[in-house]
Design a protein. Structure first.
Length: 430
C-alpha cells in the first residue's frame, strides 16, 4: 500500500474511532467495533512509520548515489569514445564537449570555457610527466589531490630520536622501574595552495582543416612536453611566487648548508658562480666532501632516496676538474646500477638537470644554490591536482590564421624535512 493510501486509511479509522468515543452509550456490537478500529489504527500507524523509514533510506541512498555520480561523471564521461571524438572535433573548431569547466568543488577555479582533457590523454600526460621528471620520480609525489592540502611532518632531526645520546649516552634506554625519557615529536606544516602551470601552443587554421594526420595528438604531445619541462623547472628552481618553491631555493632556512667560495665579481653571473664553486680541485673536493659526509646526517646515507641533483653547467665544471692533468671525477666510468641514475658521486646516484635556479645578482649576503644532496623523498613533497583542462582561443591569433591552445594543470611543491637535504650555496660579495 502506498504511503498516501495509508494516510487516507488512518484518517478514516481516526474519524470512526472518534465517532464511537463520542457516543453516550455503547452496545456490545459498537464496543467490539471500537476494539477492531483501535487495532486496525495501530497496525496502520506501524505501517506508516515503516514506510516513512523506507522512504528516508531510499532518499538518502539516492542522494549518495547522485553525489557519487556527480564526482565520477567527469572521469567516466571523459573515458568514453564519444567524448574523445567530441574533443578531437573541438580542437579542429567543432562543438565543445559537455564536460567544460573544472569542478570548483574538487579543483581550483579556472577560466570560463575550459574543456576537460579526455581521460586517456590525461593518463598518458601523467605517465609522461612521471617518466621525464627527475623530481617527480625522486620526491614524495602525489597526483589527483583535491582541495587545499596541508602537509604535516615531524621536524625532529635524526639526532633528536636519541634525545640524550649526545649528553648521557643512554637515549631512550632506562632501567627497570625507571622514568621514561621524554622525546616528543615536533610537528610543522607546509601549506600547498594550487599553482597554475599553463603552457600554450598554436596551430594554423590551414593545418587544422587540411591535415591528414592526428592533429589532436600532436597538440597534446607538444603541450605535455611543455608542461613537463615547466613543472620540472618549478620543482628545481621555483621561487615560490606564482610557482612551487624549488629544491634549489636559497631562502629555505631548514636545510643543511655548505657555503662554497664567494663570487668575487660585482657582476655575479651564473658562470662566475660555477667557477667559484669549482675554482680548484681542493675547493670542489672539499665542498662535495663536506656536503656528503659532514653536513648530511649519516641516518640518510643508506636511504634509497638519497642522491645528488646537480645542474648541467655545475656538473660539467666538476667533470672538468683535474689534478696533475688527471680528471678528479670520471663521470663516464662511474655508472651506478643499471636503470638507475647514469652516474654516481661519492657512492650516491647523480641526477643531472638542465634546469638551473634563477641567478641572484644582487651583491651582499644573497646566495645562489649550485647543487643539492640528500634524501629527496624525505625532504621534498610535490602535489598535483586532479584534472587537466584546455582552452581553445580562436580570437587572439585570428589575424595570422592561427588557433591558440592553452593547457591548465595545477601543482605545488615545497621542502618538508630540511634535515635530510644539503645545499651548496655560493655567496655574492660587493
Amino acid at each position: 500500500m502506498k504511503l498516501s493510501e495509508l494516510f487516507e486509511s488512518r484518517k478514516a479509522l481516526t474519524a470512526e474511532r472518534d465517532s464511537i468515543l463520542a457516543q453516550d452509550s455503547l452496545t456490545v456490537e459498537i464496543e467490539a467495533r471500537g476494539h477492531e478500529v483501535a487495532n486496525e489504527l495501530a497496525t496502520v500507524e506501524a505501517e506508516i512509520r515503516s514506510a516513512q523509514m523506507r522512504e528516508r533510506f531510499a532518499s538518502s541512498s539516492a542522494v549518495e548515489i547522485i553525489a557519487k555520480r556527480d564526482m565520477e561523471l567527469g572521469r567516466e564521461e571523459r573515458d568514453t569514445k564519444k567524448y574523445r571524438e567530441q574533443f578531437a572535433g573541438w580542437l579542429k573548431g567543432g562543438a565543445a564537449p559537455e564536460v567544460r569547466a573544472l569542478s570548483t568543488a574538487t579543483t581550483p577555479v579556472t577560466a570560463a570555457g575550459t574543456i576537460m582533457v579526455p581521460a586517456i590523454y590525461e593518463t598518458e600526460i601523467l605517465k609522461y610527466l612521471a617518466a621525464n621528471s627527475t623530481m617527480i620520480s625522486l620526491s614524495d609525489y602525489r597526483s589527483g589531490v583535491t582541495g587545499y592540502p596541508s602537509l604535516r611532518y615531524n621536524t625532529q632531526t635524526s639526532a633528536n630520536y636519541g634525545a640524550t645520546l649526545a649528553t648521557s649516552g643512554t637515549g631512550s634506554w632506562i632501567a627497570e622501574g625507571g622514568t621514561a625519557v621524554t622525546n616528543d615529536m615536533a610537528l610543522a606544516e607546509v601549506l600547498l595552495p594550487p599553482k597554475l602551470c599553463s603552457p600554450t601552443t598554436q596551430v594554423s587554421q590551414t593545418l587544422l582543416r587540411q591535415a591528414n594526420f592526428d592533429v589532436e595528438a600532436e597538440v597534446m604531445l607538444d603541450l605535455q612536453s611543455k608542461m613537463s619541462k615547466n613543472m620540472e623547472f618549478g620543482f628545481i628552481g621555483g621561487t615560490g611566487t606564482n610557482m612551487p618553491t624549488g629544491i634549489f631555493d636559497p631562502a629555505s632556512t631548514t636545510v643543511g648548508v655548505r657555503s662554497g667560495a664567494s663570487c668575487a665579481s660585482n657582476t655575479n653571473t651564473r658562470a662566475q658562480k660555477v667557477t667559484a664553486a669549482t675554482s680548484s680541485a681542493s675547493v670542489i673536493l672539499d665542498n662535495l666532501t663536506q656536503m656528503r659526509y659532514n653536513t648530511l646526517p649519516a641516518a640518510y646515507w643508506n636511504s634509497p632516496g638519497c642522491a645528488w641533483i646537480i645542474p648541467q653547467d655545475v656538473y660539467a665544471a666538476i667533470a672538468a676538474t683535474t689534478v696533475n692533468n688527471v680528471p678528479l671525477f670520471v663521470p663516464s666510468a662511474d655508472k651506478g646500477i643499471t636503470g638507475a641514475a647514469p652516474f654516481t658521486l661519492m657512492g650516491l646516484p647523480v641526477y643531472v638537470t638542465q634546469y638551473v635556479p634563477v641567478n641572484v645578482a644582487t651583491p651582499g649576503t644573497t646566495k645562489t644554490v649550485m647543487a643539492v644532496v640528500g634524501d629527496i623523498r624525505e625532504s621534498y613533497a610535490i602535489r598535483q591536482w586532479a584534472g587537466i583542462g584546455m582552452i581553445r582561443d580562436d580570437i587572439t591569433l585570428a589575424t595570422t590564421g592561427q588557433v591558440k591552445y592553452t593547457a591548465l594543470a595545477f601543482a605545488n611543491a615545497n621542502v618538508t624535512r630540511g634535515d635530510a637535504l644539503v645545499q651548496l650555496r655560493v655567496s655574492n660579495i660587493a
